[in-house]
Design a protein around this ligand. Structure first.
Ligand SMILES: C[S@@+](CC[C@H](N)C(=O)[O-])C[C@H]1O[C@@H](n2cnc3c(N)ncnc32)[C@H](O)[C@@H]1O
Length: 286
């Protein structure tokens, strides 16, 4: 066996773990306590094999020497768990109560929604489906506004952004989409084994994907948003980091706009100009 192939019995030294853990928290905001060392080791294995890196120390050196490697490191260590229609009550609340509050604020502009940790795209495409359904049912009230909405989808992982942009999903992921929407918004691949499903172009063109690190203090967006979904990412950050990230998000909400967090997340004690509006749903003061 080549000396460069990872010895799978090797464990990461404490020094290397501390370097990687510090890098992860400083650059991505993600807390990496010592209890996650085993998880970090296993998540890095595939990338180290691809690079023919024999030890974690060698890999850490590679990260120091090659700035581009941090992008692959990010892809490897982020937790990207997501689903179509995840925490479904949020999508119901969005169309039944939130959008009707926002329509009077639009003044002929299109509705802009931002999915701020969009993983592989299931959340922003779910948003596009429910918004498309809403506007189809309410065309009379919304005449003259075309296109009626757009979804901006961002994530720190470039692999996740590429996945979302492509819009191709496995059968198990597809199964969580209500059957009425499956054939309406997806094409079944005829040539792939296993079977895959691709978001139809008419829906894909509603969603724009971009790499964005919520920890970047200087990110600048061209617009403010009527609705921001930032779900199931703040849980990975320490409180102070959550506060910085939330303050920047609030700047990108229009007055009267809505912020949705994950059900395990809350703004309690953060002192931001937002009112509690529902379960993990907040409204920016008008
Ligand atoms: C568990 S997924 C949540 C996806 C989706 N919002 C949902 O609720 O199903 C968390 C996502 O946050 C992303 N993430 C982690 N740190 C980030 C950061 N600093 N900036 C932007 N995205 C980040 C990860 O890459 C991952 O795709």
């Amino acid at each position: 066996m080549s000396l460069n192939i990872l010895n799978t019995t090797e464990t990461m030294s404490v020094e290397t773990f501390e370097f990687l853990s510090h890098l992860t928290e400083a650059r991505l905001g993600i807390r990496m306590p010592f209890s996650k060392k085993g998880m970090l080791e296993s998540r890095l294995c595939k990338r180290m094999k691809a690079l023919q890196c024999g030890t974690y120390d060698q890999y850490a050196q590679r990260l120091r020497d090659d700035l581009q490697e941090f992008l692959h490191f990010t892809d490897a260590i982020t937790t990207n768990k997501t689903d179509f229609f995840r925490e479904q009550e949020h999508f119901e609340l969005l169309t039944s109560a939130v959008i009707p509050q926002i329509l009077p604020l639009l003044h002929q502009q299109q509705l802009r929604v931002w999915s701020a940790a969009s993983s592989s795209g299931e959340e922003p495409y779910t948003l596009a489906i429910v918004l498309n359904e809403f506007f189809r049912e309410h065309t009379q009230e919304c005449q003259g506004q075309n296109p009626l909405f757009s979804v901006f989808a961002t994530d720190v992982s470039q692999a996740m952004v590429a996945h979302g942009r492509k819009g191709v999903y496995s059968e198990s992921s597809f199964a969580s989409i209500p059957s009425t929407f499956q054939s309406q918004y997806f094409n079944r691949s005829v040539s792939h084994n296993p079977i895959t499903y691709r978001v139809k172009p008419s829906l894909r063109q509603r969603v724009r994907f971009q790499c964005l690190n919520l920890m970047d203090a200087s990110y600048a967006l061209a617009h403010r948003y009527h609705v921001i979904f930032c779900r199931n990412v703040l849980i990975y950050f320490k409180r102070e980091t959550q506060h910085q990230v939330l303050r920047r998000l609030v700047q990108y909400l229009v007055p009267g706009g809505f912020l949705f967090l994950g059900h395990a997340e809350s703004l309690a004690g953060h002192n931001l100009p937002l009112e509690n509006w529902g379960s993990a749903v907040y409204r920016k003061q008008l």
